[in-house]
Design a binder for this molecule. Sequence first.
Ligand SMILES: [Zn+2]
Length: 298
Amino acid sequence: MKSIRILFTAALLSAALLSLHAQESPREGLSYHYGELTAPEFIKAVELSRGTCIIPAGILEKHGPHLPLATDLFLARETASRAAQLEYVLVFPQYYFGQIFEARHQPGTIAYSPELIWKILEETCEELSRNGIKKIIIVNGHGGNTNFFSYFCQSQLAARKDYVVVLFSPDSREIDAQVKELRVTNYGGHADEEETSAIYALRPDLVHAGEASTQSGKPQERLDNLPNGYTGIWWYADYPNHYAGDGSSPQKALGELILDNESKQLAELIRYLKEDHTISTLQNRFYDSSEHPLDTEQ
Ligand SMILES: [Zn+2]
């Protein structure tokens, strides 16, 4: 009887030690969500991520008549979370400050000024760097932000920085054939079959597929006579409903395929940035040279 009790106590003790170990083990116990960490945990998270943080960037804008305003934020955060589960990285809290003037005529759009979206991104990066995060990955969920984020990355060369900013650029070529096979429609780009399926895979309760055909997502072609030019009004010319495609037939399998492909590619980028220092080495060499251009070997 006594030996059974001793065995039982020993088993309890080892279980307690195991759970303590699990709590102490960063892989097991440490959240990747920046905002969920305590300050002491944050120090461990910076170490474990080797100073790498994702900013999943979305926007608040209409997504056809059937999807939520924060669709792009949901999807960018889901991609980042799935990638963080594959390769530990910090994931910055809700970030919805971006370029969205083209949807100002639609209900629910929050369109901050160009100065503010620049400042808030710049200062977010500076503050992350001050906290030991020297590798920042922007995961962009919103097509209207692509030019802005690319320009922001280019502008990192304007003055010396002690961190690097990388815009995640996924490649869909590997799944293109599968996507084509699954798709029912053959046009889109915004709140379309693919985007609707992705949010359906994640939060089916937020997809109102029955409403998807109450507005047109077909291109209106009102500026097709413009020869060789780009203008900001092009999107409104084609898609005044802020809807490009048809989201009435969402498919979980299609959404999962897209999210899975992107998160795996993102994990690959995180792994590279954690292990490889080529970008910061080249960046520093560039800053040194650009401060003394006449001394640079031609
Ligand atoms: Zn979207």
